[in-house]
Design a protein around this ligand. Sequence first.
Ligand code: SAM
Length: 369
Amino acid sequence: MAMSITKSYANGSSKAKGGDTRTDLYDFYSTIDKCDSNSQIQLREMVLSFLLMVIRNVVGFVHSSTQYFYTSWWQLHQLESFSPTSDFNTNNAESESHDYEDSQMILEAIREDLREILPPSCVLESESLKPAQKTLLCGDSTDLVEHVDSFIYDEDDLDIACSQGTLSRHYCTTCGSKAVKEIELISHSFSANEVKYICKCLLSNCKGKILVDIGSRTGAVLYGVALFSPLKRCIGVEMNGDFCKISQSMVDKYDLSEKISIVHDDIINCPQLLAEADVVVMNNVFDFYSDKDSQRKLWRFCLDEIKKKSGRLLITYPEVSTALAGLDMLYDTSFLRKLDLSDQVERYEKSLKTQNDDDLDAINMYIVK
Ligand SMILES: C[S@@+](CC[C@H](N)C(=O)[O-])C[C@H]1O[C@@H](n2cnc3c(N)ncnc32)[C@H](O)[C@@H]1O
């Protein structure tokens, strides 16, 4: 081998085309031709390994630069061109594993099962709910609050419960009088329709991505992602162990474990999960569950983690600014660009065959700049 390399460089044609470097190499090889054969072999090996090292470094440099430029270009492209969806159709599932009718049936079966398992309020004894922040209530904070779960009981279900007397939307301010006030109904989950809007509409361009739902509770968002979105995987982080067991049992029963993982932990212990996420969901996650100081700490932690990846999507209810204002918290959120979803809501609502009271406009989506 060594001989043939020497010969090829000794060729007149190579030498003539090679310029100065090749001339030097030619002279160098001519010199080693004159050395004794052991020294020649050693020298040739040294030259060869030097050349190999140079080639390896050049290839490595080209590879990492290409990757760097590609990643930067992709992030820039995401930022500039991100539109939640170009085409969606409520009758066509975006999930690769299920068609729409199947997905719809599975979601209904899960809701039915959860109704059997959970108490009517869907609040567990293992939870100690705190009073809501005033900013999230539309009235006087002394108004009565009733806890409901819109994923499990939609508006029609609540009307039925009211007509049966198991739930009231009003309370009497002076016993026996007709001066009634409305009870604040607080849902701890997105409704099934909101979940479908998020998964089929807002996330329809997120094929192959990973979503983290902070505070996954009954798993509403997770089932939606697995059944109606093109995402690769979703992870629910939930600090309440009973909810983790309940949602895990649904995942097992409906064979969704390829797409859904549930982690029983406080999100503050899971920076590595947030680092993986392309999409993060925060649905009124900390209000009711921690005191104000802890909530500030949790928001700071989450936003610090979220801002580390440009192009990452954040879906929230309420708006980030509202949640932070409710906690009198200052945090520079200029790394988030809020997306205008009005077209999406309009198109999605038009595509619905039935009337729906959900306030989809209240759902917010941001992209990390
Ligand atoms: C309003 S629910 C959100 C439910 C669900 N993400 C949805 O959109 O339907 C908030 C959930 O977050 C959980 N949670 C609150 N603080 C948490 C924390 N620090 N870490 C993990 N989960 C938390 C609560 O136990 C509760 O189940």
